[in-house]
Design a protein around this ligand. Structure first.
Ligand SMILES: Cc1cc2nc3c(=O)[nH]c(=O)nc-3n(C[C@H](O)[C@H](O)[C@H](O)COP(=O)(O)O)c2cc1C
Length: 330
């Protein structure tokens, strides 16, 4: 999904800009902050980070850039849907650090059946904090997800041994305890969770998290979205996920974070195309010392960016997004 840079410039149809931005904006983002802005020129669409939506627990901007990387993957897929290869200029201007990518149209090329399946999965892909079906993953899916990560320059490392899983679970629990006592983390949670019936089109809605602490066998400890407020309405009891994995990048630069986001969205879309969904866990990676321990104790070759638990599920619960008109700068 990338193209040649030496080519005549192709104008972006102005009546497709909303489609492209809406497709990008279906991406997952930390706490559903949707930390992105778009600018449309005649021959390109720019993706900018919105620093006003960066979490306190993310001072370096790692998670905000992973989120924007995920949106970039959606934008690329949108360009493919229109029958062109996307040409991506990543971090094109050092004097504009908020400008993350400039995307233009490359060679005309028909959407493949595989890309069509990813695109069709975007509307029902969601972060799954509810029960899984208890079934194993469809044959061949894990290999496909690993290929997706590799295609984007990342690695999906499976945590398949009980000992590795236990270490990860212990470290995730330790991070949870630390964050629960951190006023910044609590304030983030209050800012970015929504009460039942809220009409907000960002933040994590009450239907997407359970009330009370979320401690379940076979599942890594989850962020406490509820904070004892009794807001969450998700019934989360049920079977555990089928697999646990860590998404890694070779380095830990802004480019690596954008790479992680693109890999994440690509593999989540493939999983969703088979009705497999993931819970995402980045809370343990927000504590520097614990992030280092996770890499060391699991023997991970690379920088851990996102921890995932995946499994088949029969229900979907998509969360709202802001419409393109609120995302496009003049
Ligand atoms: C970088 C990043 C970090 C995330 N971390 C967590 C997390 O620690 N816990 C969690 O439940 N969801 C996490 N998520 C999932 C988001 O909460 C979710 O994408 C967002 O609420 C939008 O919902 P959706 O994925 O269902 O569309 C993360 C997503 C991203 C992109």
């Amino acid at each position: 999904m990338s193209g040649d840079t030496r080519r005549p410039l192709i104008p972006i149809p102005s009546n497709q800009v909303d489609f492209l931005v809406a497709t990008a904006a279906r991406a997952p983002s930390v706490q559903n902050t949707q930390p992105w802005r778009f600018r449309a020129g005649r021959h390109w669409i720019e993706l900018h980070v919105d620093p006003g939506r960066q979490l306190r627990v993310d001072p370096l901007g790692r998670e905000v850039l992973i989120s924007c990387g995920a949106a970039l993957f959606g934008l690329r897929l949108g360009v493919r849907a229109l029958g062109f290869m996307p040409v991506v200029d990543l971090l094109p201007d050092q004097s504009q650090p908020q400008l993350l990518a400039r995307v233009s149209f490359g060679a005309a090329e028909r959407l493949t059946a595989g890309e069509r399946r990813l695109l069709d999965a975007l509307p029902h892909r969601h972060t799954h904090r509810g029960p899984f079906s208890g079934a194993p993953l469809p044959p061949g899916l894990l290999a496909g997800l690993k290929r997706d990560a590799a295609t984007e320059g990342a690695t999906l490392a499976l945590v398949s041994h009980a000992r590795g899983y236990e270490r990860l679970a212990d470290l995730a629990a330790a991070a949870g305890r630390e964050q629960d006592a951190d006023p910044g983390a609590v304030a983030d949670m209050q800012d970015w969770t929504r009460s039942p019936g809220s009409g907000a089109r960002d933040g994590v809605p009450a239907t997407a998290f359970p009330a009370g602490a979320d401690v379940r066998r076979g599942r890594l400890g989850q962020r406490d979205f509820d904070l004892s407020r009794g807001l969450g309405t998700l019934d989360a009891a049920g079977p555990a996920p089928a697999a646990t994995a860590v998404l890694l990048t070779p380095g830990d630069s802004r480019g690596d974070w954008l790479c992680a986001g693109q890999a994440l969205h690509r593999l989540l879309a493939r999983a969703a195309s088979r009705w497999v969904f993931a819970s995402l866990h980045t809370q343990p990676l927000e504590v520097t010392a614990i992030r280092r321990l996770i890499a060391d104790q699991l023997g991970l070759a690379g920088a851990p960016q996102v921890i995932l638990q995946l499994g088949p599920a029969t229900t979907t619960r998509v969360t709202a997004r802001r419409p393109p008109a609120e995302l496009i700068d003049p």
